[in-house]
Every structure is written in structure tokens, then in C-alpha cells.
Design a protein around this ligand. Sequence first.
Ligand code: B16
Ligand code: MG
Length: 218
Amino acid sequence: PFEAAIFDLDGVIVDTAKFHYQAWKRLAGELGFDFSESTNEQLKGVSRMESLELLLRSGGITDLTAERKEELASRKNEWYKELLDTLTPGDVLPGVSGFLGLLRSRGVRTAIASASKNAPLILEKVNIRPLFDAVADGNTIGRAKPDPEVFLQAGRLLGVAPAACFVFEDAAAGVEGAIRAGMRVVGIGDGALLARAHLTIASFEQLEPVFLLSHIGL
Ligand code: B16
Ligand code: MG
């Protein structure tokens, strides 16, 4: 039986994935190359510095000092935070709050497992922190997805064993991390990109909670 539901943040609870993409694209533009949405797919769920490395590689830039990389990453983060500033509770993705409420009413514990250091800020801006029993994020972990650390930490904070946890993820790296953690995974988004998930849905909007609950076996 499943006792806990663990949610990725960017792209699952709120559509901040598009803000990451806009900010990275702006950085690529300043560096003189274009950055496509398909390359961006690889950055989802990956840490800030690893995302920068992937971006630079896609633009053929290989000779930057560590200091310059730090500077570029923090510039991107400033632009990203300007975009986060526009977030309101209305930006929680459709169907999410209702599903969280349903889970909690059935005694299921809930947590966030996000690679983002901005997770606390985002949760506060959209006012959804009260619907989670625990938060594991980029400030509390050492290794980014696809490492299982953030999921294992979320399970530990809830006091629930991995085999009793269900994870909701929009990124291939996150699906992989959750599988390595020994958890079941629901992919949110493009089934082809999330082929390793145990089940994929287009969005929570499409989700019929009762159907999913019966699928999960709650
Ligand atoms: P930050 P998630 C991830 O969040 C994003 O998907 C990924 O694109 C981003 O690089 C990473 O957080 C780090 O974010 O720069 O805000 O610390 O999907 O794991 O909730
Ligand atoms: Mg995500």
C-alpha cells in the first residue's frame, strides 16, 4: 500500500520550467548562440551548475574559468528570480491542489522533492507549502537528480519507506532518480520522454483522481 506521495516542483506543481527555459535562452543569446526547447529538455530536473555545463556544451563553449561559470549561473538566476516574482497562487497547475487535498484526506503523507534552491521561495509565492508535510530541495541535498538522494531524503523526512512512496515527475532525470530510490513513478507530460515511468499522464488536469487512486491502489 502507498503511504506517501512525493512531488517534483518545477513543471509538476507550478510551470516554472518555462521560466528556467526563458532565462537560459537569454543567457545563450548573450553568449551568441541559440538554445532550443529540445536541448532544454535535458536541463529539466538537473542542478543549476550542471544545467549551465549542458548549455555551454550545446553552444560549443568549453574554455570558461570556474569563476566565470559562477558569474553566468548567478546572472541566469537573477533573471529567473525576476520571472518568479510574477508568480501568484493562481499559477499552481490545474488539478494539483485538489489532488493534494484528496490524498491528505485519505491519510497519505505529502512531500516536495526538488533540485531547486529556489523551492522555498516558489512554494511561498504560490502559497502551497501548507499542503506538504515535508520539503527536500536543492538547499538540503548534495547530489542532483538522477541521483536518488532528494527522493530518499523526502521519504526519510516523512518516515515512509521507499517502496511505499509514489513520485510525480516531469523530467527524465527525475524519473530515473525516483526509480533508483526504489519508488514508483508517475510521469507528467510527454510519455515518449518519460518512457521509464510506471505510468504517464498528460497533466493533472487530465487526471481523474479516483482513477489514479485506484491505479496506485490507495
Ligand atoms: P535552481 P525540480 C529543478 O527543479 C529544475 O527542473 C531544473 O531545471 C533546475 O536547474 C533545478 O531545479 C535547479 O534550480 O537554479 O532554482 O536552484 O524540477 O527538481 O523541481
Ligand atoms: Mg521538474
